[in-house]
Structures are given as structure tokens and as C-alpha cells.
Design a protein around this ligand. Structure first.
Ligand code: PNW
Length: 481
């Protein structure tokens, strides 16, 4: 309901780490500067502008390509332990392939990384936050299994260039957003509509590409660089609509289709895609007249190669959905939602944000953390994104409440449930390009003035609050000692 609970007055453990996150396309701008190649978000915003609110683009965004020293000053002011940002593949390899390295792009990231380190801020680097080089889309993008090798070569290039200073790597950010929305539903770049087939082929490539990058790190870089590699998978908690066995089964099935699809092959001791997906998609494919399942099959060798390719678990989560059981959708055109066959809704009493999908449900975070802890054998978890959108006001009290309530729920999972969460990352350092929503939804703890050519940044009340949380490891004025 609308009621607010008091934030916890317990302290975070001494070794708990706090950070903030951004992503290259959302903040950098400089889309064609100094030899950068075109990627699928450049292409999509330029060629299908009607898919983006106000026809916005990331051409300039927060102009971090030029203003990164100011970003580092903000990070220093906040006192964060680490900064999670992503590399633009096309800025380093303009064609997507390793035939050509763009020295200016390499210099940009070297400068950013050394400025962070000089200020005692650890770089947490994502290799792929949705911005595939356009030439690799021209050969089909992620549903083409050959991209496994293109990604692996890009990863090796990044480990070689930056691995002496970067000790925490994430291969992919939220493959569900790439696969389901980009290649299934046609809602985000590259805008391919092939649901029931495209998202499954995409996931097959991505889990293998992740594993290959992990093995390359393990064999060629870990002995000298000694860092950690993982993948970021996003989840919304799925709460059964009632106590009935059907609704519980439906909620678990949604978690497996949305989160388990990408997490199970890597994080689960048995590896492979979730059995409920294998069974249901095979059954429906057969009834639809397909000779084999629309879900690609992982061979025994592939399952072995992929499972366990992580050094810690990275989780993004913002919200919760309620789930009700339904009859299986009628056999007809293939589709992800038909394969899944559940119905979801959000409780009208939950507090809103500026994003239609994002309702404030802090207790869902605690339940999700417990589910991940139990399902994947008590891994070390870093929350790599969590945050709240509004209209961009400086005095953003609803965002402070969101952070206080979600961090309370996380603290309870750690202290009372024994879940091994070691880090928390606020999305986002600053307002930025929010994909299809352009600049309408603001997630920053710093405001950015997008009317101002200088893209002036101003700290919000939530930024001051987060700063005090980091300094005191405490959510209220004074914590129990
Ligand atoms: C994340 N959901 O995407 C992305 O990693 C960020 O780049 C993005 O800016 C941020 O969320 C805010 O939109 C998500 O439906 C999109 O639960 C949707 C969901 C979760 C994450």
C-alpha cells in the first residue's frame, strides 16, 4: 500500500561496497567523434526516430565523452567505492571486428580509468550494454551464432587494453532486454520482430559468448591480472497472485522464463536452460508443426563449457509483478508470451514512478534476493542496478524514499536472511538517455540540463542522501553501534 515503513537503523557490514552506474550509449554522446563507428542504437535512433520519445537520440546525451573529468569529480564527491560504466564496442573497434582499433577511443577509456583510480574509485566495467556495432547487425546480430567469436575477440581486446587496471568485468548487461525486446518483440534496437524464435537464438549466442569471454579471461589473463568476471542478469520479483498452487507455479515459471533463461546455464550447478522452458517450447513447437524445438538445444559439451563461468553474481532489479495462472495460450503463431502462458499485473496501490513498468515494491527485493540465494546455491551477489525515475526535480524526496526502502529490504536480506550481498549500485549517477523514453524519465542522483549545451550537472537531494549512506554505512541519521 501507500504506507511508508521506517528505514532500518542497522549498519551495513564493514566490507559492503557502494557504487553508481551508467552505460556508454546513455551518457557518452560523441557518437561519431574521433573515429567511433556506428552502433545499433545510433542506427535505430537515426532511422526509426518515431520509436523514441520526442525523437531523441544519444548523439550528445550527457556529453561524457568530453566531460568525463566532471563525472569523476561527482563520483569523488559522492564517495562511491566503485563506478560501473560500459565500454562502447564501436568506439574501440569501429567495424565491430578487430581489424581496426580506434586509438582515440582507447585513450578515452584509459584516461577515464586512470582518473578513477587516482581518486580511489574502482572501475566496474560492462563490455556490452546494448550497443552492438552496426556491421555485426548487418550479418544478423545476436541470433547469428557466429557472433560468439566476434564478442570473444572484442573481450580479449578489452582485457588486453584495460585489464591491468580493471579487476571487475561484466560481459553483458541484461541479455533479456537485448534478446526479448530487440529480437523478439521488436521494441528496442535493432527492432527485429521474431518472437518465439529470435529471442531464443539470441540467448543461445549470448550465453556461449559470455562463456567464451570468461574462459579467455581465465586462461589468458587471470594468472597475471587476477580480476573477476561475471554477467548481469535482470529480474523483477514475481509474486503469486494467490496462495493457490497454480499461481505459485505460474510465478515460478515467469522467473524461469525471464531470469532463469540467462542465469540457469551460467549460475546453476546443473547448467543448461531451465527445464520448464525446454519442455514447454518443445511441446508447443511440435504442435505448431516445427520439426525441432524453437529453443536451440545446448549440447552436453556446451552445457559444461557454460556452467560455472562466473566469479560473483550480478543482479539488476527495480520492481515486482503479480502473476496469475492461465490456461495455456492456443496453438497458433509462435511467441514468447504464448510459450510462457501466464498473466501479470501490478497492484494499483503500489507507488508509481515516471516509468510505467516501475512500481515501488521494496519487499519484492528481499524475496528476490532470497530466491536467487536458494536457487543458485548461495552465491556472492552484487546488485549492479537499482533505482527510481521521476520528472527530474532537484528536491527528489520520492527517490530518497525509494533508496531508503529498497536498501532496508536488502539489509534485512543480508542481516536476517544470510544472503551474501556484498555491493549495491544506484542507477544512475546522472539523468541520461533512457532508451525508448528518451530524456523524459530521469533516474539520476545528479540532474543534467539537456537544454544547456554544456550539459550542466547539479546534485539532487537523493545524491546528498546517498553520499551520507555511503559515508556512514547507515540509512538514518544515527545507526545502532
Ligand atoms: C535497465 N524491467 O533496464 C537498464 O540496464 C538501464 O540501461 C536502464 O536505463 C534502466 O534499466 C532504467 O530503465 C531495465 O521491466 C528495463 O523490469 C526494464 C526493466 C528492468 C531493467
Amino acid at each position: 500500500g501507500q504506507s511508508r515503513s521506517e528505514p532500518s537503523n542497522k549498519k551495513f557490514p564493514e566490507n559492503f561496497r557502494f557504487g553508481v552506474a551508467t552505460a556508454a550509449y546513455q551518457v557518452e554522446g560523441g557518437w561519431a567523434d574521433d573515429g567511433k563507428g556506428e552502433n545499433i542504437w545510433d542506427h535505430y535512433t537515426h532511422h526509426q526516430p518515431d520509436h523514441i520519445a520526442n525523437n531523441a537520440t544519444g548523439d550528445v546525451a550527457c556529453d561524457s565523452y568530453h566531460k568525463y573529468m566532471e563525472d569523476v569529480e561527482m563520483l569523488k564527491n559522492l564517495g562511491v567505492n566503485y563506478y560501473r560504466f560500459s565500454l562502447s564496442w564501436s568506439r574501440i573497434l569501429p567495424t565491430g571486428y578487430t581489424n581496426q582499433i580506434n586509438e582515440a577511443g582507447v585513450t578515452y577509456y584509459k584516461n577515464l580509468i586512470s582518473a578513477l583510480k587516482e581518486n580511489g574509485i574502482e572501475p566496474f566495467v560492462t563490455l556490452y550494454h546494448w550497443d552492438l556495432p552496426q556491421p555485426l547487425q548487418e550479418i544478423g546480430g545476436w541470433p547469428n551464432p557466429l557472433l560468439e567469436d566476434n564478442f570473444a575477440e572484442y573481450a580479449r581486446t578489452a582485457f588486453t587494453l584495460f585489464g591491468d587496471d580493471v579487476k571487475n568485468w561484466m560481459t553483458f548487461n541484461e541479455p533479456q532486454q537485448t534478446c526479448l525486446f530487440g529480437y523478439g518483440l521488436g521494441a528496442t534496437a535493432p527492432g527485429a520482430s521474431a518472437s518465439g524464435i529470435g529471442e531464443y537464438k539470441c540467448a543461445y549466442t549470448i550465453v556461449k559468448a559470455h562463456a567464451k569471454a570468461y574462459h579467455i579471461y581465465d586462461e589468458e589473463f587471470r594468472p597475471t591480472q587476477n580480476g573477476r568476471v561475471s554477467i548481469v542478469v535482470d529480474a523483477s520479483w514475481a509474486e503469486p497472485g494467490s496462495d493457490s498452487d497454480e499461481d505459485k507455479e505460474a510465478a515460478e515459471r515467469l522467473l524461469q522464463f525471464s531470469y532463469g533463461f540467462y542465469a540457469h546455464p551460467i549460475y546453476h550447478p546443473d547448467g543448461n536452460f531451465p527445464q520448464v522452458m525446454i519442455d514447454r517450447i518443445a511441446d508447443r513447437s511440435e504442435k505448431e508443426g516445427f520439426p525441432t524445438s524453437r529453443l536451440p538445444e545446448l549440447s552436453t559439451e556446451e552445457i559444461e563449457y557454460i556452467r560455472g563461468t562466473f566469479d560473483f553474481l550480478c543482479l539488476n532489479s527495480y520492481t515486482t509483478n503479480m502473476v496469475k495462472w492461465t490456461n495455456d495460450y492456443a496453438i497458433g503463431a509462435p511467441g514468447y508470451y504464448a510459450d510462457l502462458s501466464v498473466s501479470t499485473y501490478q497492484d494499483p496501490s503500489w507507488n508509481n514512478s515516471a516509468s510505467g513498468w516501475l512500481k515501488v515494491v521494496p519487499w519484492g527485493m528481499r524475496k528476490l534476493l532470497n530466491w536467487v540465494d536458494q536457487t543458485y546455491n548461495h552465491p556472492e551477489i552484487v546488485i549492479t542496478e537499482n533505482g527510481f525515475s521521476d520528472d527530474g526535480r532537484l528536491d527528489d524526496l520520492t527517490r530518497i524514499n525509494y533508496y531508503a526502502e529498497y536498501l532496508t529490504s536488502i539489509l534485512e536480506a543480508v542481516l536476517e536472511d544470510g544472503v551474501n550481498v556484498t555491493g549495491y549500485t544506484a542507477w544512475s549517477l546522472m539523468d541520461n538517455f533512457q532508451w525508448n523514453f528518451g530524456y523524459l524519465e530521469k533516474f539520476g542522483i545528479y540532474q543534467v540540463d539537456f537544454e544547456d549545451p554544456d550539459r550542466t550537472r547539479t546534485i539532487k537531494s537523493s545524491g546528498e542522501y546517498y553520499k551520507s549512506v555511503i559515508a556512514n554505512k547507515c540509512l538514518v541519521d544515527t545507526c545502532e553501534e
